[in-house]
Ligand binder design. Structure first.
Ligand code: ADP
Ligand code: ADP
Ligand code: ZN
Length: 213
């Protein structure tokens, strides 16, 4: 099963992806996680990406397309994958179609997770991310057992540089102008399933699983 999780920043894509990979035993491909891992290692790619990420802007298409192309070639993607945060522009979607066609593969499902603006702001500014394993928490909606410590790996939880209110507003604008048009792109291909993204994490998971079955 080859799936794309589409939706604005804060919709819960990463949270749901972590649950879906367990259920379906396929990997999650998050371009945001890959870029942050590069930044942590201070690679040239990571340092270049940071300039865009800190402003809430998209990293150039060529960069993320290349990252994803390489990742999709790995053997663990053969039984399927969950793309989370890619594609984010029509150019990326076109490039993805091309890469997949070259592998005799295609996108099977596009799950569009819908959450209103006010809720997104609350979710992103309250998000805490594990420095070590990347797990996401929320100070109110999904707190860790011990403040600032990851339940899964005991890593330190931090507030991402781009999860401050000003940058979040930019990211939401970028979503509207550059990523939202993708819904129509995939609708024309008959692939989109819209999911109401308000409710408990478990409820939303069940909605997605039901849609996929
Ligand atoms: P969120 O989960 O909050 O939507 P991500 O971790 O997916 O955030 O992305 C963080 C940042 O990384 C984005 O704001 C952008 O700068 C960069 N990024 C991630 N994926 C892409 C992509 N497909 N295209 C361009 N930039 C990306
Ligand atoms: P995305 O990957 O789409 O940017 P995340 O999965 O990182 O979104 O979730 C954003 C924030 O919202 C996190 O702090 C997460 O704990 C929280 N969150 C996720 N799902 C829900 C939900 N159903 N209700 C409330 N908060 C949620
Ligand atoms: Zn952790």
């Amino acid at each position: 099963m080859n799936m794309i999780l589409l939706g604005p920043p804060g919709a819960g894509k990463g949270t749901q992806a972590k649950m879906l990979i367990e259920k379906y035993q396929i990997p999650q491909i998050s371009t945001g996680d890959i870029l942050r891992a590069n930044l942590k290692e201070r690679t040239p790619l990571g340092l270049k990406a940071k300039e865009y990420m800190d402003q809430g802007l998209l990293v150039p298409d060529e960069v993320v397309i290349e990252i994803t192309r390489e990742r999709l070639k790995k053997p663990d993607c053969q039984k399927g994958y969950i793309l989370d945060g890619f594609p984010r522009t029509v150019a990326q979607a076109l490039a993805l179609d091309k890469v997949l066609a070259g592998m005799n593969s295609q996108v099977d499902h596009v799950i569009s997770v819908e959450v209103d603006r006010n809720e997104l702001l609350k979710r992103l500014t309250g998000r805490r991310t594990c420095r070590q394993c990347g797990a996401m928490y929320h100070v109110i909606f999904n707190p860790s057992l011990n403040k600032d410590i990851c339940d899964k790996c005991r890593g330190e939880l931090y507030l991402r540089d781009d999860d401050n209110e000003d940058t979040v507003r930019n990211r939401l604008e970028v979503y509207d102008s550059q990523t939202f048009p993708l819904i129509q792109y995939y609708q024309q291909k008959g692939l989109v399933r819209q999911i109401e993204g308000i409710g408990s994490i478990q409820q939303i998971f069940e909605r997605i699983v039901q849609t996929l079955s």
